[in-house]
Write a protein that binds this ligand. Structure first.
Ligand code: NCD
Length: 301
């Protein structure tokens, strides 16, 4: 039996651990030139109904390392631009005998809907403001590599939590693994029903990052904002930009993260984005390996 990877919120801790172990093991295999599982009989459909570079390429790379074939679909070039529903698109791909789907979509819940109709594994590559499970897995693997553990760490997720699926998946995953999660940002960019997400709310940057082992910045999701919830970019940056000066209250070994794409000079300054604290490049690299792990996990069932 195969299974889908749709959300972290509903995923048992044992599965999160298996996915992270698979990712770490596959990384070691690839880097050491050892063999990886042969999944060359599988064909994946990559459906990206929203712009993406890093996530799409990462899923393609992961498929390539496992010998899988993948076919790309973009919404502008698919029959959905002719009015076909997501359900019918998914059913068509099922009848064309694709083995699995990776899907990014602007609507929260789209991956769940696809999984209901597809009949094989669906991997959620980001659905609206809901979840982005493989990004959170990449981030967790990166934190473990840098700091050796997740349990007991103080992790500040800073910025546009309200619109961010990355923040949601990370808040769930990191708190399930025993971290103390803090959600830091201006009131208009933090979720208004904070109780729906695990994590303590901090409007004040310096108390939010005090003693933090990890500070994770989020992109300002301007395409999702309605009605001037962001005063101005300059005002945001003066209160919440991560830079060497305002990280002084964080732990000395503090790791700086960002899921990308970065708005340089807004969420992070150059020094924190490119300096020794930054784990941003590792997040990208680990994305490939946790996605390999996710493919194996989905098909192993
Ligand atoms: C994120 C996404 O698309 O959710 N990017 C990514 O996949 N690494 C974050 C973002 O768009 O800001």
């Amino acid at each position: 039996m195969s299974r889908s990877l749709l959300a972290i919120r509903t995923l048992p801790v044992a599965d999160i651990e298996s996915l992270l172990e698979l990712g770490a093991d596959l990384k070691a295999r690839v880097l050491e030139g050892r063999g990886t599982p042969d999944m060359s009989r599988k064909v994946m459909g990559l459906l990206f109904f929203e712009n993406s570079t890093r996530t799409r390429v990462s899923f393609e790379q992961a498929a390539g390392y496992l010998g899988m074939r993948s076919s790309n679909f973009a919404s502008s070039a698919s029959s959905m631009s002719k009015g076909e529903t997501l359900k019918d698109t998914v059913l068509t791909l099922r009848h064309e005998r694709l083995d699995g789907l990776v899907m990014r979509h602007s609507s929260s819940g789209a991956a769940v809907l696809a999984a209901r109709h597809f009949g094989g594994p669906v991997l959620n590559a980001g659905d609206g403001q809901h979840e982005h499970p493989t990004q959170a897995l990449a981030d967790a693997l990166t934190i473990r590599e840098r700091l050796g553990r997740i349990e007991g760490l103080k992790i500040a997720i800073v910025g546009d939590v309200a619109h961010s699926r990355v923040a949601r998946s990370n808040a769930w995953l990191l708190s399930k693994l025993g971290a103390e999660v803090r959600l830091v940002g201006p009131p208009t960019l933090l979720p208004n029903q904070a109780a729906m997400l695990p994590g303590a709310i901090h409007y004040d940057f310096s108390t939010g990052v005090e003693g933090a082992d990890v500070v994770m910045a989020l992109r300002l999701q301007r395409e999702r904002m309605e009605g001037g919830v962001l005063g101005s970019v300059r005002e945001y940056a003066s209160g919440y930009q991560i830079n060497e000066t305002n990280l002084r209250s964080a732990a000395r070994h503090c790791v700086v993260m960002h899921p990308g794409p970065i708005n340089r000079g807004v969420e992070l300054d150059d020094e924190s984005a490119d300096g020794p604290r930054s784990a941003i490049a590792d997040q990208v690299t680990n994305g490939v390996f946790v996605r390999m792990g996710a493919y194996v996990w989905c098909f192993e069932g």
